[in-house]
Design a protein around this ligand. Structure first.
Ligand code: ZN
Length: 318
């Protein structure tokens, strides 16, 4: 197993995957959406330029088809899943987070789901495996405040886990979850979890209201729709770039079928615009992408533009 992969190795893998798709070998070739060997790992180290990065698993969850693709007839979803050799009775959804050591700063993007499900809450044990101490993290970037992104913010005594961190979240996102109008647009349980987990961070939260370089080479970029203040994080070091796309889309099939959307998008029209903006950009740049919920862990790959939508090319070997 390689600890670090480089872009050239990755592109070799991508070409293999692309050509197998072109020749119709998807079913008999690599089942690249559902590689159980990869899924078992909880940490994955790689490098973007000078930045040392570690993908960290918090576990995952089996979503039902109708929630993941809420505007598509179930028969149609099953047909496409079958075509990809994927299970047709549920959508296995990894929860993947990112640690970055820039040399100057130690950064975490999103904080896991905590004990939201009995299949989540593994982020801290995987950080320990990767020898990352929570109190060594100085910066936490929050893509949005859904339970699986902020549920691990507090310890069992409701105190912040990342005791030495400054937190960054989009201003519109913070304002939304603490507003009364949230009750018209989001489940009450989501609002309760957001307020419980974000409230204790209040004194150390920095609200971002425009595309900003948070740290040298690390930017937050607005991508609203999934939630009102949803943001994407980009990393740039040397001649490499990576985009951590949060929940801009939840599944690779949301790229192949750009009109498919999940029940969780609060403002679907804006989510559709953000999807085009972000995925056209990452395809043009040939950037690395972490699709936070893309199977399999480490949810790392790249995206190419197609006649309709985009195609996800995950790394197939770690
Ligand atoms: Zn999510």
């Amino acid at each position: 197993m390689k600890d670090f992969i480089n872009r050239r190795d990755f592109l070799k893998v991508s070409v293999l995957v692309s050509s197998s798709l072109c020749t119709g070998l998807t079913l008999s070739g690599i089942d690249f959406y559902y590689n159980k060997t990869i899924e078992k790992k909880g940490t994955y180290k790689f490098r973007i330029g000078d930045f040392e990065c570690v993908c960290l698993s918090d576990g995952g969850y089996n979503y039902n088809l109708e929630d993941m693709f809420s505007n598509v007839p179930t028969d149609c979803i099953k047909e496409v899943l079958l075509k990809h050799g994927m299970p047709t009775d549920y959508i296995w959804t990894p929860y993947t987070y990112l640690f970055i050591n820039t040399g100057e700063n130690r950064v975490l993007i999103d904080m896991g789901a905590g004990q939201l499900y009995d299949t989540t809450g593994k982020l801290l044990s995987n950080m320990k495996l990767a020898e990352i101490a929570p109190d060594s993290i100085d910066t936490v970037l929050i893509t949005h405040a859904h339970p699986d992104h902020i549920g691990g913010a507090l310890d069992e005594n409701d105190k912040p886990v990342y005791t030495n961190a400054q937190y960054f979240i989009w201003k519109e996102e913070w304002d939304f979850w603490f507003s009364e109008s949230a009750f018209e647009k989001a489940p009450e349980e989501f609002i309760r979890i957001a307020r419980k987990n974000l409230g204790p961070l209040k004194d150390r939260v920095n609200l971002v209201d425009r595309e900003s370089e948070i740290l040298p080479g690390i930017n937050m970029i607005p991508a609203p729709g999934h939630t009102p203040g949803h943001a994407v994080v980009s990393l740039s070091s040397g001649d490499e770039q990576l985009f951590y796309i949060g929940d801009t889309v939840l599944h690779p099939l949301h790229l192949e079928h750009p009109d498919w959307s999940p029940v969780y998008d609060i403002i679907p029209e804006k989510a559709a615009i953000s999807k085009c903006k972000i995925f056209d950009l990452v395809a043009d740049l040939e950037a690395w992408v972490i699709g936070q919920h893309f199977p399999p862990f480490p949810s790392l790959g790249h995206v190419t533009k197609q006649d309709v939508g985009w195609k996800w090319h995950p790394i197939t070997e770690i």
